[in-house]
Design a protein around this ligand. Structure first.
Ligand code: ADP
Ligand code: MG
Length: 501
């Protein structure tokens, strides 16, 4: 071999070696990056851990906070608000009634016709629209004019057939934000939640605002009740099944109410009702306990939200937030590694990943996770995300939703404990019921509604599974969780009907 040929061969060997070295280096680097991502996941998973022992601590904390909130105003992060609802619809109601529901994402209008028997409940003409986002930080006038206009359109559409002309329409205003009531039909807004920010409305009477807007439009509609959405769900639950004592909503936000004995509402001494009880709106979204498994992602979400240091429980369990927790974990991973390719900055945009997409990815049962790939592509991730990264995304969704479902169950068990229906010996912690009275044998129905619960099967399953884990097989046989589709709005209309009879 000539000298030139030897030099050439040697150069070729060197080149091949360096290509191999680059490839090995790349592989090592990629393995290291993957390890980083796996560590982030592991740390997150550990931070979200909810063993049953921890859930029981949350149960106890919920029951204790409920007691504190009932004992004195400002005694707890749980406001435990009076609703002035003491008699729930029982099936004898008759007539045609309306509900207008302002939720966190949707507003709904519907009409119910009741024939005086439980089986005669005809829900007519349900309209459901997304709340135009500009209304969420507009003015009270703009918001209520919009609602009045929507009601006008609704009633114009029905013509003569369902409501004979000249009869005033009786309306429930279902309002999914915290209100301090002075009667069943009046109350002032305490604060906004779920991203709404119309500050001049805080302290204003909500029912009066709507009635004013309806009057200005010349509509013959009477706002007969201002109803929290959970109270609406409880009303529908009770209408169908008088064992219903608790209602919980898992939608954009989350909240719960339950039937409490008036003598246990210590902050309102001398409160008298014919039934001896009153529905209490817990505003449980603001519940907090050091036992809640909070991660750095939760803290950042809170700090960057429109209501920092507020609604801590809601931010771990409700539909508005679950997608954003998942997004934050993906963002951190994509910052530490390039697993989502160069366009991973799409995850920097707050709330870009919605909980609807989280459930669609989580429940993707295609072998190659095509739905996950499609959603990531729609979000703007340009490169093809490998299967193992798609699996990682599903795992993050699972961790976030499992924690949410299990904490939701602990919240419900906390209420059951407070009212002595958790199998803990009868009296709850403070309800004033005598110990030994076997409350446990009582069947207890929990009415549940909201888009998250109704549409996200895995959330529902994690919640129900954890409830059995917390209460035990035997006690959970007496606890029935019942889904109430559109329960908030339908139930509020039923409540107005019960006020007339
Ligand atoms: P609102 O909160 O306005 O009363 P809903 O009770 O219908 O409305 O809840 C809507 C919320 O429920 C959505 O914002 C979303 O967070 C959640 N949601 C709706 N559909 C799904 C779904 N398929 N998967 C997961 N979450 C969902
Ligand atoms: Mg709702």
């Amino acid at each position: 071999m000539g000298k030139v040929a030897v030099a050439f061969a040697a150069a070729a060997v060197v080149a091949a070696c360096s290509v191999a070295a680059v490839m090995v280096r790349r592989r090592v680097k990629s393995r290291r990056r993957w390890r980083t991502v796996v560590e982030i996941l592991k740390e997150f998973e550990e931070g979200c851990d909810t063993p049953v022992g921890r859930l029981r601590q949350v149960v106890d904390a919920m029951a204790v906070e409920m007691h504190a909130g009932l004992a004195s105003q400002g005694g707890s992060k749980l406001k435990m608000l009076l609703t002035y609802v003491h008699d729930l619809p029982n099936g004898t109601e008759k007539g045609t009634y309306y509900a207008l529901h302002l939720g966190g994402t949707y507003f709904r209008i519907l009409r119910v016709h009741l024939g005086g028997e439980r089986s005669y409940l005809d829900v007519q003409d349900v309209e459901r629209h997304p709340i135009p986002s500009h209304l969420m930080n507009s003015t009270s006038e703009v918001l209520f004019n919009f609602l009045a206009f929507s009601l006008e359109r609704f009633t114009q559409k029905e013509g003569n057939e369902s409501n004979s002309q000249g009869v005033k329409r009786e309306l429930a205003f279902t309002f999914s934000f915290p209100v301090k009531h002075t009667s069943i039909s009046s109350g002032v807004l305490i604060k906004w939640t779920k991203g709404f920010e119309i500050s001049e409305m805080v302290g204003k009477d909500i029912a009066e605002c709507l009635q004013g807007a309806l009057n200005r439009r010349g509509l013959d509609i009477h706002v007969a009740a201002l109803v929290n959405d959970t109270v609406g769900a409880l009303s529908l639950g009770y209408y169908h099944d008088p064992d219903t004592v608790v209602a919980v909503v898992f939608g954009t936000g989350s909240n719960a109410c339950y039937l409490e004995r008036t003598d246990a509402i210590i902050k309102c001494q001398g409160l008298l009702t014919t039934s001896g009880s009153m529905v209490v709106n817990m505003e449980w979204g603001n519940f907090w306990s050091s036992h809640l498994p909070r991660t750095a992602y939760d803290m950042d979400l809170d700090a960057e939200s429109s209501n920092p240091n507020d609604m801590g429980f809601e931010k771990m369990i409700a539909g508005l937030y679950l997608g954003d927790i998942v997004r934050r974990v993906i963002l951190r991973m994509s910052q530490e590694s390039v697993i989502f390719g160069p366009s991973s900055s799409v995850f920097s945009e707050p709330y870009v990943l919605r909980t609807n997409s989280v459930s669609a990815m989580h429940e993707d049962d295609t072998p190659e996770l095509q739905e996950v790939a499609r959603i990531l592509k729609d979000l703007g991730v340009s490169s093809d995300v490998p299967l193992k990264v798609r699996k990682l995304v599903v795992k993050i969704c699972d961790v976030v939703t499992r924690r949410a479902g299990r904490l939701a169950a602990a919240g419900i068990a906390g209420i059951l404990k407070k009212v002595g229906r958790d199998g803990g010996g009868g009296g709850g912690i403070t309800s004033g019921r005598s110990r030994g009275e076997n409350q446990m044998q009582k069947r207890t129905v929990v009415a549940v509604e909201g888009g998250l619960y109704m549409n996200y099967t895995m959330f529902r399953e994690y919640m129900e599974e954890a409830l059995v884990e917390i209460l035990g097989e035997e006690v959970s046989q007496y606890v029935v969780v019942k889904a109430m589709e559109d329960g908030s709005s339908i139930g509020s209309a039923l409540l107005v009907a019960s006020l007339q009879s």
